[in-house]
Design a protein around this ligand. Structure first.
Ligand code: ZN
Length: 97
């Protein structure tokens, strides 16, 4: 839980919001995965993205840089994504437009 506390701190919300500056929806078409995966075991992969139900932001399920959604529910860096409330995550498959 410690890592999440750090993650929820301001630095993650304001530093290097590179992915959020790029509107992924302009590049990819997203389709929700059916059936919806259990919040306990969210799949991840190069073509999978997580949509935050709180702020509707989309972040990649596999990250290489520091990213966070607008509200901070999804937040991570160095390949490790922290999810505050997995029940508010919708797994989407992204297809290049
Ligand atoms: Zn959010």
């Amino acid at each position: 839980m410690n890592s999440f506390r750090l993650c929820a701190a301001f630095h993650c919300l304001f530093e290097e919001k590179i992915m959020s500056d790029v509107d992924l929806r302009k590049i990819y078409k997203f389709h929700a995965i059916e059936p919806a995966p259990s919040p306990d075991a969210l799949p991840s992969g190069g073509d999978l993205y997580y949509e935050c139900a709180d702020c509707n932001d989309i972040v990649p399920s596999v990250i290489r840089i520091r990213v966070s959604c607008v509200c901070g529910n999804l937040c991570g860096q160095s390949g490790k994504l922290e999810i505050k409330d997995a029940a508010k995550v919708k797994v989407m498959r992204g297809v290049l437009k």
